[in-house]
Every structure is written in C-alpha cells, then in structure tokens.
Design a protein around this ligand. Sequence first.
Ligand SMILES: [Zn+2]
Ligand SMILES: [Zn+2]
Length: 145
Amino acid sequence: MNKAFVREPDATDELCPRCGAIGTPVPRAVVTRHVREPAAVAIAETANFCPSPHCDVVYFDMFERTISVTAMRAPVYPKDPEAPICACFGLTADDIDRDLSEGVATRTKACLLRARTAEARCGELSPTGQSCVAEVQRYFLRRKS
Ligand SMILES: [Zn+2]
Ligand SMILES: [Zn+2]
C-alpha cells in the first residue's frame, strides 16, 4: 500500500464504500473460503470486512470492489442477526439474549471457554477471520447494560 498519504494513524483505515464504516482487515484467503464462487472473487490480497449490521457489503477493498451478502455461502453475523456470532460453536445473539433473560451466562460462558481451547477454529470459520471471543463479549456487555 502507498503510505505517502498517511498523515495520522486512522488514515490506514479503509472505509466501506457503501456505508462508510471502518473495515476490519481480512486476508483474501479468508474471503475465498466464505463465498460461493471463490474463483470469481475480484478483491485485493488484503480485503476488509464491513461490520455494519445494515450494510449488505460483506467485504470490500481499497479499490472499492465489494462482495455482498448474496455472494456468501452462509448468512453472516451481524448482517443477519440470526447467523451465529461464533461460527465454530454456533452461538447466536439469541443464545446470549436467552442467557441474559435467565440471569446466568451458561451458553455464553461455555462458548467463551471452548473458544480458548484447541478445538476452537473460530478464526478459520468466521467470515471476519478473527476469533469470535471479542464479538461475543462485546454483544453480551452491550445487551447487559
Ligand atoms: Zn458497509
Ligand atoms: Zn467461535
């Protein structure tokens, strides 16, 4: 990437061409794993995941090329609120809400514990290419307050 125009740290952030959200960097290898037609993917080696729930762009790159939800193999959280937050153990926002309404974080804790074990493949299975732990915790705390 050409760094000549970078004046402040935030300038390295790439913004979703559809909604303007700051993307999370995702390697192209992760992108091709989650789309229906990997051979047809036209996106940079380092793409970005758009985290906005209401934007249908899943991945984009600095050339404003995008891949939308319709090109994905499976529903993607948070674009689809019913899709699992934890792609490896299938924990959904609904599971976390149920934990909160029951006042015990049984499902959430079980997922977080498993996510730290060797059987966890969160980073591999998640369309964001990252472990689900941070997102699960963020959602839990947001709903709890
Ligand atoms: Zn977006
Ligand atoms: Zn996970």
